[in-house]
Design a protein around this ligand. Structure first.
Ligand SMILES: Nc1ncnc2c1ncn2[C@@H]1O[C@H](COP(=O)(O)OP(=O)(O)O)[C@@H](O)[C@H]1O
Ligand SMILES: [Mg+2]
Length: 364
């Protein structure tokens, strides 16, 4: 899976920019404010229909313009064909998605065509943010390797909404609540099975990666909390919390409360690791997902790495580059100076260099 061509219209300071001849490893370098992160943001818009920096469409669109458009061509090694993708976003959030010129309704169809992994300043949320960031990470991974996950996840959202409504409307009580509780128990148990199966494969990959990225670190552990007492089935957990759920008016246990915990010698990684070490753990988590996708014979994801060298010393930056290189996947990396990444990239295939300046991209 690789993005061979990209056209960007009116994304931040990229009023009209193109990236032609993208290779496997692409380094975008340039001064602060030149538009490097915005290029990655445009790729993200193409694959996820949203920015990774803002929820406000107006912030993303070049000032004074009604909308932004990103078009790209994705080549798939699996099908040996190419797909053209297009996303247009208006100032009030209007969204139009196209695959091969045909309008599509769901973002999920886009995500399947262009699986993206982002490593940027927000990625620290995986360690220091709320559980929802970690659930999103987990869901992304399961989505890409287990095709039954997404429909089940949608079913689960419907069930929990209905059950919560049932919990609040006391007079409906018994019958209806029991029906939705039963449905929820089934769906939640399945979601959890998919997540557990995924996690069982992910954890050893993460451990091995961290051995290479940060070998001197103490006992690093990654654990999955499923969202309820693991000695109980989901059905039992729902039954046990029903009285309290009624009082509170919402479902307190289940996959919607799942979380991942990263600890070092028993302490939360966020509390004991330096910023640079945290970045390496985040890279380990993201790289492990890419490896897993690949080993499962699924399409490869594309990595967007914003400001790779920041917070990393040369030796660690080099290790991350080695792992990215070993994945044999397409990578877009930003940095300030031309040599920042090029000088630590392992031998063999050399990165294609793109200079970003005042919102324009040129290959050199
Ligand atoms: N909506 C917008 N319209 C026009 N320019 C913008 C908008 N949002 C941000 N910018 C400008 O775009 C430039 C590029 O930002 P960014 O991509 O973050 O730069 P870099 O990552 O190269 O440091 C900045 O100078 C910023 O002020
Ligand atoms: Mg930037």
């Amino acid at each position: 899976m690789s993005l061979s061509q990209l056209n960007i219209h009116h994304v931040r300071n990229l009023r009209r920019a193109s990236l032609n001849d993208a290779n496997r490893i692409n380094v975008l370098y340039g001064e602060n404010g030149s538009g490097k992160t915005s290029v990655l943001e445009a790729v993200h818009l193409l694959g996820m229909a949203r920015s990774f920096r803002t929820t406000s469409a107006r912030t993303l669109i070049s000032h004074g313009e009604p909308h932004c458009v990103v078009q790209g061509t994705v080549r798939s090694a699996l099908t040996n064909g190419s797909v053209s993708l297009g996303v247009q976003r208006g100032g009030r959030g209007e969204l139009s998605l196209r695959i091969n010129g045909e309008s599509v309704r769901t973002v999920a169809s886009l995500v399947e065509q262009l699986p993206l992994q982002v490593i940027n300043a927000n990625s620290f949320d995986l360690l220091t943010g709320t559980p929802s960031a970690r659930r999103q990470y987990l869901n992304w991974g399961v989505f890409h390797v287990e095709h039954r996950f997404f429909p089940e996840w949608q079913r689960f959202q419907r069930c929990i909404k209905q059950r919560n409504t049932g919990l609040r409307r006391d007079k409906l009580g018994g019958g209806e609540l029991a029906v939705w509780t039963r449905e929820l128990a089934k769906s939640g148990a399945l979601l959890n099975d998919y997540r557990q199966a995924y996690f069982a494969q992910l954890a050893p990959l993460f451990r091995d990666l961290m051995q290479r990225l940060l070998p001197q670190l103490g006992e690093l552990e990654l654990r999955l909390r499923q969202g309820w007492d693991k000695r109980l089935s989901y059905e039992e957990a729902l039954a046990a919390s029903q009285a309290s759920d009624r009082e509170k008016g919402f479902t307190q246990v289940g996959p919607q409360r799942a979380d991942l915990k990263v600890t070092v010698d028993g302490y939360p990684a966020a509390d004991v690791l330096s910023r640079g070490q945290q970045k390496l753990v985040v890279c380990g988590l993201k790289l492990a997902q890419g490896q897993l996708m690949q080993s499962a014979g699924h399409s490869r994801c594309i990595y967007l790495v914003d400001d790779l060298p920041s917070e990393l010393d040369t030796a660690h930056c080099q290790r991350v580059c080695e792992e990215l290189d070993a994945l044999q996947t397409q990578v877009f990396i930003t940095c300030v100076a031309r040599e920042d990444v090029a000088r630590v990239w392992p031998g063999g295939e050399q990165p294609s260099m793109f200079h970003v300046e005042h919102g324009e991209i040129s290959a050199r």
